[in-house]
Write a protein that binds this ligand. Structure first.
Ligand SMILES: Nc1nc2c(c(=O)[nH]1)N[C@H]1C(S)=C(S)[C@@H](COP(=O)(O)OP(=O)(O)OC[C@H]3O[C@@H](n4cnc5c(=O)[nH]c(N)nc54)[C@H](O)[C@@H]3O)O[C@H]1N2
Ligand SMILES: Nc1nc2c(c(=O)[nH]1)N[C@H]1C(S)=C(S)[C@@H](COP(=O)(O)OP(=O)(O)OC[C@H]3O[C@@H](n4cnc5c(=O)[nH]c(N)nc54)[C@H](O)[C@@H]3O)O[C@H]1N2
Ligand code: SF4
Ligand SMILES: [Mo]
Length: 892
């Protein structure tokens, strides 16, 4: 394939920011030259080609249900925003945007709201994601700075992962770390209430009480001082506030015993962690949502930073704090100032900053104070203060806490515009929907967790009339009267302005975010821009800066310790709400499933939402794995399947954040999640909502296969996963099956049978087994298998293979009457290796039968784990379980 057909771009998922080489035919490979991944990709990255499906895309603007022209839709948005501002002032409108924006999209959205509309009511899903890290960095470093880089993970001797499930959420960094451990024995400590896949490479797992990280790191600070291990000279030279931070830590965690009481971690394990940290100079601490999504999130970040400041461990190879960003451009959004409490280019709302940005933008109406943060913003929509809202590149009807309230706000708002690539639970509530160009179609830059700016380049035409977000934003700005300020014709023009603002009146370098060297970049250079880390000041070489606060750094700003008194989670459990609901991510799904939920292969690892609960808690509540559970919080209720798991602590349950209304009747778990926020960052506590859980015994189970995705109605639990040629639904009956005539109508409706389809029925009422197939032109159009127990349902792979295929009359009957059940078949179970479709059952049998003892053995025998490597932590866990069952294998 020629180079013209192979385009270098960046993965649109997590903040690792892997380089991808995409071909015009849609195939993707890892970019060997990209510094983040050097050719690696995880399961989601490797399946990117399969997400490039045009069929379900939004293809043209909609006003209500009606197809509209771009002009009509853009005019309407400009008029609605203009009229609302004229009548109610600039703070009566808002934008809610996304860390999946490109920097250029983000820059124009921020400029329009803060410099021209004159309000700072632009907030982003980064409020749910990075806000506590941003606030913690600003408090400690005076600016939102991430000092370390990925190479430090490899050079470290100790890596502490707190509130991070690296194996599933930043898989390529996990692979880099696992390889470093293999090469030179890096010690790894995982701090997480759950035993996650990441724990497979941990030397120590601290299963702390949710929310108690401040006690752990406060205790560490006190311990370091007591044992004379703080770098007093360095702290005297470079920092302020050490005494107050130490006093605060001493006041609540003077000893390991106190830490143990607050964190619920065995004292010996705490002592081991403290000793390792104390004696290992090359230590990197990584943190993610277990830290950020907390009402003590900002304090958690500063408690961690305090320990690195006290030991002078930053700015040198192999050490430093490393906040892991979630989305591909969470960092770029922070650079442009996309949060409501930032202004632009790492400037805030100080008079001098406002004035500087005003002059740079030649802005007619600058925002003079911070705007509303996400939770407050949607509350202001509900109570009528905000009357026009434009949501771009995010799906808050599913991803915001108290999602039902957010949906009420969207329904109540006089005007909602949504830009997305697909219809979503949010777009369904909008007055105007704009079709956005997506990954592979859009053009611009993103910045990853280590401050590395990379290009996303287009390699396919956007379908229908889809257009990039920056274009829609500038078109609305022009229609509102600001033609000159938004006259951009290309993303490169926007990027140059963004780079110039970062360097504007920054000759003394008081803002470390400075990419002035790129302010005059030519179109051609922008086109072939190589990944580069900032700071990148004017006159600097294009080599970038791997780590901040290093030797010889000119800006000797003082670094600040912050006193972080311990406080527990906002809402404690009670008799009425006795369990803590934790939420987070699965390996193969991305957020609200608009992209990964359409790829059959990515739905095989977990095809349904499930609540994880400790077996002892389950037993006490009468919950069994064959049943369902009803979960209730003060904010909402849902019903889903359950998984018993000793990886959970007692008293705590875990649900994935991914499912939405079109993938399951369970809907988004955020209907239940509370919205208590961190007082500094405004980030909600998404990982600790008190709930109650009860067993639900379904009256029947069913498997429905059909070509379309329409939802089943009635009193059923359902969950949908795309399969080759259609969709598979798991159903569970919450009421009795309809009888007689009703049942036929019900079956036909469920099957979505075409008019004239032949309905073949096989019923064995004595065994409560009912099987139906709808046949059109001798092909299986849809089928429904009903049984009392899930184990009595058919082996789904046989049916999936039959969907749409020609069927002789005999074959129909065999299919219905003789189809082997899931229990009879060699149970492949849930798929572990998504690349080669290798199931749990197959792996367990092969490990036992062939006495496999290593991941390499498994790869040689079954190929599992030999492509993207995302399943390797789970393969290791299966090997460990097999060895525990047969200790003689371990000695072999
Ligand atoms: N597969 C996949 N990868 C992703 C994403 C995705 O949707 N899917 N999304 C991306 C995005 S935007 C983000 S923000 C990142 C998130 O990446 P992570 O933060 O790694 O992911 P989460 O699963 O949200 O949460 C991490 C862990 O925090 C733990 N935790 C809960 N409470 C506490 C606590 O009080 N203290 C500590 N120490 N830990 C706690 C949870 O048990 C969970 O295992 O992932 C990115 N990568
Ligand atoms: N309970 C709970 N809730 C959570 C979390 C949690 O851990 N627990 N995590 C939080 C975190 S960290 C995050 S980051 C959020 C994520 O929450 P969301 O941002 O709501 O999740 P996504 O599904 O990624 O939504 C992105 C939307 O943008 C669309 N899209 C993709 N590309 C483009 C584009 O180029 N242009 C436009 N206009 N649209 C595009 C997608 O189709 C999708 O609908 O969820 C938060 N919510
Ligand atoms: S680790 Fe996976 S999801 Fe994250 S950027 Fe790399 S390929 Fe994409
Ligand atoms: Mo995130």
């Amino acid at each position: 394939m020629s180079d013209r057909e192979r385009i270098r771009t960046t993965c649109p998922y997590c903040g690792v920011g892997c380089g991808v080489v995409a071909s015009t035919d849609g195939s993707v490979t890892g970019d060997r030259d990209h510094p983040a991944n050097r050719g690696r990709l995880c399961s989601k990255g490797a399946a990117l080609g399969e997400t490039l499906i045009d069929s379900d895309r939004l293809l043209h603007p909609l006003i209500g249900e009606r197809r509209a022209s771009w002009d009509e839709a853009l005019d309407l948005i400009a008029r609605q925003f203009g009229d609302t501002i004229a009548r109610h002032g600039p703070d009566s409108v808002a934008f809610y945007v996304s860390g999946q924006f490109l920097t250029e999209d983000y820059y124009v959205a921020n400029k329009l709201m803060k410099g021209f509309i004159g309000s700072a009511n632009i907030d982003t899903n980064s409020r749910l994601c990075m806000a506590s890290s941003v606030a913690g960095h600003v408090r400690a470093f005076g600016e939102d700075l991430v000092p370390a880089c990925y190479d430090d993970l490899e050079a470290a001797e100790l890596v502490v992962l707190t509130g991070s499930n690296l194996a599933w959420c930043h898989p390529v960094l996990y692979q880099r770390l696992a390889a470093a451990k293999e090469a030179h024995g890096t010690r790894i400590v995982v701090i997480d209430p759950r035993r996650t896949a990441t724990c497979e490479i941990a030397d120590l797992h601290l299963a702390l009480r949710p929310g108690s990280d401040v006690a752990l790191f406060g205790g560490l600070l006190a311990h370091l001082d007591t044992h004379g291990l703080c770098d007093r000279r360095w702290t005297m030279d470079r920092t302020t506030g050490f005494g107050a931070a130490l006093d605060a830590a001493r006041s609540f965690v003077p000893s390991i015993g106190n830490v143990a009481a607050l964190t619920d971690i065995p004292a010996d394990d705490i002592a081991r962690f403290f000793a390792w940290f104390a004696t290992t100079e090359r230590t990197v601490t990584c943190y993610s949502q277990g830290v950020n999504q907390s009402t003590a999130g900002t304090d958690k970040v500063n408690a961690i930073l305090n320990c690195h400041l006290a030991t002078g461990r930053l700015g040198r190879p192999g050490m430093g704090p490393l906040s892991l960003t979630g989305q591909p451009n969470a960092m770029g959004g922070r650079e442009v100032g996309g949060l409501a409490n930032q202004l632009a280019a790492h400037m805030g709302f100080a008079e001098a900053d406002i004035d500087r940005v005003r002059r740079f933008w030649q802005a007619p109406r600058m925002a003079s104070r911070p705007g509303l943060k996400a939770v407050d913003l949607f509350d202001a929509v509900l109570d009528g203060q905000i009357r026009a809202l434009w949501i771009l590149c995010t799906n808050p009807a599913d991803s915001m806490p108290r999602a039902s309230r957010v949906r009420d706000a969207l329904r109540a708002c006089p005007f909602i515009a949504v830009s997305d690539c697909w219809p979503t639970d949010t777009s369904r509530l909008a007055h105007v929907v704009l079709p956005a160009a997506g990954w592979g179609e859009k053009d611009g830059t993103v910045t990853n967790s280590e401050r590395c700016v990379s290009r996303q380049r287009p390699f396919r035409a956007a379908p229908g009339e889809a257009r990039p977000d920056w274009w829609m934003l500038t078109e609305v700005a022009r229609r509102m009267g600001w033609e000159q300020a938004f006259a951009y014709a290309t993303p490169a023009e926007i990027f140059r302005e963004h780079a110039a603002l970062s360097a504007f009146e920054n000759e003394d370098g008081h803002r470390l975010f400075d990419i002035g060297a790129l302010a005059d970049i030519t179109d051609e250079h922008y086109e072939r821009l190589q990944p580069v880390q900032w700071p990148l000041r004017r006159g600097a070489s294009m080599a970038g800066t791997p780590r901040l606060f290093g030797e010889g750094e000119t800006s000797a700003r003082p670094l600040t310790f912050v006193a972080t008194p311990y406080r527990p989670v906002a809402v404690p459990v009670s008799e009425a709400w006795p369990l803590v609901l934790n939420t987070g991510r699965l390996r193969d799904q991305w957020h609200t499933m608009t992209r990964t939920g359409v790829v059959a292969r990515l739905m095989t690892h977990r095809r349904e939402p499930m609540l994880d609960i400790h077996p002892t808690d389950a037993e006490q509540l009468g919950i069994t794995e064959t049943g369902l559970v009803r979960i209730e919080s003060p904010h909402g209720t849902t019903t889903m399947p359950v998984r018993l798991s000793t990886d959970q602590r007692r008293g705590e349950v875990f649900a994935p954040m991914h499912w939405n209304d079109s993938h399951s009747s369970a809907g988004p778990i955020d209907h239940l999640v509370g919205a208590a926020v961190d007082p500094v960052s405004g980030q909600p506590e998404l990982k600790a909502t008190p709930v109650k859980v009860e067993p639900v015994a379904p009256l029947w189970r069913a498997l429905l296969l059909k070509s379309d995705a329409s939802k089943p109605e009635g009193e059923v639990y359902w969950s949908r996963a795309p399969v080759e040629g259609g969709h598979a639904f798991d159903l569970a009956g919450l009421s009795e099956l309809p009888d007689g005539v009703d049942s036929r109508a019900w079956v036909l409706r469920l099957l979505g049978a075409s008019p004239g389809a032949e309905l073949v029925v096989y019923a064995d009422p004595a065994r409560a087994t009912f099987r139906y197939a709808s046949i059109v032109d001798d092909r299986l159009e849809a089928c429904l298998f009903i049984a009392r127990e899930a184990a009595a349902l058919p082996d789904r792979s046989v049916l999936v293979a039959a969907l749409g295929a020609p069927l002789t009359p005999e074959a129909r009957l065999t299919l219905l009457s003789g189809c082997s059940t899931a229990a009879d078949a060699e149970d492949a179970g849930p798929i572990v290796c998504a690349c080669f479709g290798i199931g749990h059952g197959t792996l367990c049998s092969a490990i036992a039968a062939q006495e496999l003892t290593t991941v390499v053995d498994i790869g040689r025998t079954l190929r599992a784990g030999t492509n993207c490597g995302s399943c390797i932590p789970e393969l290791k866990s299966l090997l460990r379980d097999a060895q525990a069952a047969r200790p003689e294998l371990a000695d072999a």
